[in-house]
Ligand binder design. Structure first.
Ligand code: FHN
Length: 439
């Protein structure tokens, strides 16, 4: 088995078309409601954390509703935490009792989730934590992420890490064999010496590729959101992953490998500041900000994976649903400027917003209100076949205003009947002009 940019681009063809997905962080940590790292932040033992296993009974769990919400918002794929760092499995693993089928709800929540996604025609993604704070053979005392890090009782503990890796590999094999075709496998995360072959990543990837040859994988068998890994090298490893996965930070420009070739990447981002449910975290980004970040990602040849953290009952909260509804409104009018689009490689970023492009069609995403006509620096007006407001198809004229005469080498567009008048942008979030080019 070998890897290459060619194979990466082939696997990610649909991924680079779809551009927009939903991340879902959900598990026992929704009960304390203080984020998915609560076990570590509050240094809970397995016994102390077990109270949430006992209490877990998401009576409102309805993956069909989740799938509909994602589809309505214009998302094309969903990635759900099958197991997060706390080690609790939303799936019926035969290798542990710490799973949803042993709780009050007694259901394989992943089985229902993958079925619901497929019913809505959405691509199926599973997140799987390489880290496991529940398993007895995972490092504790010297591991700076573990809840029992630095706890004297674990200082001289002897663990069998290979036994943990067998457990971890076996669970990955359950996920890649028991739930049908998977489109994304989102491993999380490598750190310090815990990377690559420390996970027996070659063996893991050989198994994954045997069962799911086309599944798209992130780069976190080698790193986490803070570094590229070998995906940018001339010879990506077999476990380089198929996309770079920056987290809560938008790359300043598109991502390229060391040979200057664009590589796939996906920004994962929260709506507030927590991945897992946290009702006290009311700091939600505006829909306007999040929609504009999706545009920015696509303008830089990237995807955006927008997170929702459902509550202990299994419901998405009102703040999240409101943002998804705003995405629905904007994507309904403008999805053509997102799906299948990427960077406008022949044009510099305009001062008023961003370009996205798909073949001979350029999309001007106008964030800032122009005064009078809008300048399109670098765009040859003779190359414009037609310009229109994407959402309703109405004509947008190439300007012939007297105010633009001094800049005759610059292409301007005008929005209203009087060419030098200033008209309010039709869409305060992002006014999208479709510009059909002659070549
Ligand atoms: O530790 C996790 C965190 O809880 C969350 O799952 C994010 C999502 O990308 N990944 C890790 C932090 O990088």
């Amino acid at each position: 088995m070998t890897n290459s940019l060619e194979k990466i681009l082939k696997r990610t063809e649909w991924f680079r078309e779809d551009r927009f997905g939903m991340f879902i962080h959900w598990g026992l940590y929704a009960i304390p409601g203080r984020g998915e790292w609560v076990k570590t932040y509050e240094k809970m033992t397995n016994e102390q954390y077990h109270q949430y296993f006992e209490a877990f009974n998401p009576v409102d769990y309805d993956p069909k509703a989740w799938a509909k919400a994602a589809k309505e918002a214009g998302m094309k794929y969903v990635v759900l935490t099958a197991k997060h760092h706390d080690g609790f499995c939303l799936f019926d693993s035969k290798y542990t009792d710490f799973k949803s089928t042993n709780t009050t709800i007694k259901r394989d929540l992943i089985a229902e989730y993958v079925e619901a996604l497929r019913e809505e025609g959405l691509k199926v993604g599973l997140y799987f934590s390489l880290i496991d704070w529940h398993h007895p053979d995972y490092p504790k005392y010297n591991d700076w992420h573990h809840p029992m890090s630095g706890v004297e009782a674990y200082k001289d503990e002897v663990i069998d890490f290979d036994n943990y890796l067998n457990y971890m590999h076996n669970q990955v094999e359950e996920l890649v064999t028991n739930y049908g075709k998977l489109d994304i496998l989102w491993f999380d995360f490598s750190y310090g010496e815990m990377t690559g072959e420390k996970w027996r990543a070659e063996e893991l990837m050989a198994m994954v590729r045997k069962h799911q040859p086309d599944v798209v994988i992130d780069n976190r068998l080698e790193t986490s959101g803070e570094a590229f890994g070998s995906i940018v090298s001339e010879n990506p490893s077999n476990y380089s992953g198929d996309f770079f996965s920056p987290e809560q930070l938008l790359p300043p420009e598109g991502i390229k490998n060391n040979a200057g070739q664009p590589i796939p990447w996906e920004l994962c981002i929260t709506m507030n500041n927590n991945w897992g449910y946290n009702p006290m975290d009311k700091v939600y980004k505006s829909s306007k900000t999040l929609i504009r970040k999706l545009v920015e990602c696509v303008s830089k040849n990237g995807n955006m994976l927008l997170n929702v953290g459902p509550d202990a009952k299994g419901k998405m909260n009102q703040e999240s649903l409101r943002i998804l509804s705003d995405f629905h409104l904007w994507m309904t009018d403008n999805q053509e400027s997102i799906y299948g689009c990427g960077m406008a490689t022949d044009l510099a970023k305009p001062e008023w917003g961003y370009y996205t492009q798909n073949g001979n069609v350029l999309y001007a995403h106008i964030f800032d209100q122009p005064i009078g006509p809008l300048a399109l620096p670098g765009l040859d007006k003779t190359n414009i076949k037609r310009a229109s407001l994407l959402r309703d198809g109405s004509e947008i004229k190439v300007s012939n205003s007297w105010t633009t005469k001094a800049f005759s080498d610059v292409t301007y567009l005008e929005f209203g009947g009087v060419s030098h008048f200033t008209y309010p942008l039709p869409d305060d979030i992002d006014t999208v002009i479709k510009i059909e080019l002659r070549q």
